[in-house]
Design a protein around this ligand. Sequence first.
Ligand SMILES: NC(=O)c1ccc[n+]([C@@H]2O[C@H](COP(=O)([O-])OP(=O)(O)OC[C@H]3O[C@@H](n4cnc5c(N)ncnc54)[C@H](O)[C@@H]3O)[C@@H](O)[C@H]2O)c1
Length: 443
Amino acid sequence: MKITVIGTGYVGLVTGACLAEMGNQVVCLDRDPERIAALQNGQLPIHEPGLLDLVLRNARGGRLAFTADVDRAVAHGRVQFIAVGTPAGEDGAADLQQVLAAARAIAERMQEPRLIVNKSTVPVGTADRVRAAVTQVLQARGLPDLAFSVASNPEFLKEGSAVQDFMRPDRVIVGAGDEPSAQTLRQLYTPFMRNRDRFILMDVRSAEFAKYAANAMLATRISFMNELALLAEKLGADIEQVRTGIGTDPRIGTHFLYAGTGYGGSCFPKDVKALVHTAREAGQELRILQAVEAVNERQKQVLVDKIVTRFGPDLRGRRFALWGLAFKPGTDDMREAPSLTIIERLLALGAEVAAYDPVALAQARIALGERAGLRLLDQADAVLEGADALVIVTEWKEFRSPDFAHLAATLRQPVVFDGRNLFEPTEMQALGIDYYAIGRGSS
Ligand SMILES: NC(=O)c1ccc[n+]([C@@H]2O[C@H](COP(=O)([O-])OP(=O)(O)OC[C@H]3O[C@@H](n4cnc5c(N)ncnc54)[C@H](O)[C@@H]3O)[C@@H](O)[C@H]2O)c1
């Protein structure tokens, strides 16, 4: 099938490459010419395991092309996926400017029928807005009868395992208002579901809503555990043991029950805000989600609160080593990463920070800029030297089994603030390390 994907971020690029891998002819369009030039030279703008191989293989095979030429992109695909950004606006609502601009770009050029598929995360009712925008342009072009449809196909991939998620989806949700659109999308996704049909067809509004409901539920689980973790500290209980105890209940399950430094990333923060906003516009308060957000904002401060309790509120002359900058392991995405809040506050309190991340240093430099007192280094070991404590923010695998003797000998004092509960408090105590984790009574 001939496919066009508009937007070559995490979602667009993975979608384009995976669809090409199944034999489709894919053209990916982006408005950023530098991004396109890099992709044409075989360089990825993002870190995503397995993606480079996929892109290179399919580009070489002639099934995947990148362009900044809108005419070419719109002329190519019978199916046009919109996978552009939908950031939070000032009022928390999803900003649809990129989506509507992409829709108009299609409408201004299309000569033949098109199926427009919203893959971006968009509020309920967006397909109607896209339809109205396209209709308006077609009428202005004197082509009111040119056929098109708009479907919703929200994306559920996770950064860090995006290729695997797309190639073996848990489910593919499609909201389509007409049978031919549903059939086309079913045909497109069938190769990804050879062992079991995971194609879930529903109405367009429900599909749009399902994406927000999923992210809101996951964010809720995280905030729930973070709030209980604070209580566990007060009660002398260990949230990690509690987590194991409840996660083994199949009604609860083990995922997204980890207490930590709060959720971040390009999706949960903005999607929770957007759903709260949508509800308010519909005349309803989403009290649970408002609390989820408030708990999360507070949780981003917890690690620094512990540092302040240990070292006092004036951190001038103190140095901290920080491991992990990306909002989660497996990605270089720094959007809304808790590390940003933690670093800002440590610097504001007068501390110096030396930070390391295996893949996110370049993005962190862009996100944080040049800051007095901040150094971003490419060696985990190098940041430890002369530091008063180690602060662990992202749970990269390489942080899970450090050489503790070396760590304790390199730090000025053997103090670890662990925002991801990577270690056992009793073992750390036996090693003579002053250990502060999240929600572990003994710390
Ligand atoms: N990142 C994720 O893990 C994830 C997962 C599921 C869903 N989503 C959703 O998917 C959407 C895209 O997310 P992302 O992280 O890939 O975004 P991103 O910001 O990484 O990438 C968006 C890309 O679209 C391009 N773009 C914007 N407007 C354009 C236009 N009119 N024409 C051509 N290109 C245009 C931008 O230049 C950019 O390269 C968002 O709605 C997001 O909420 C993201």
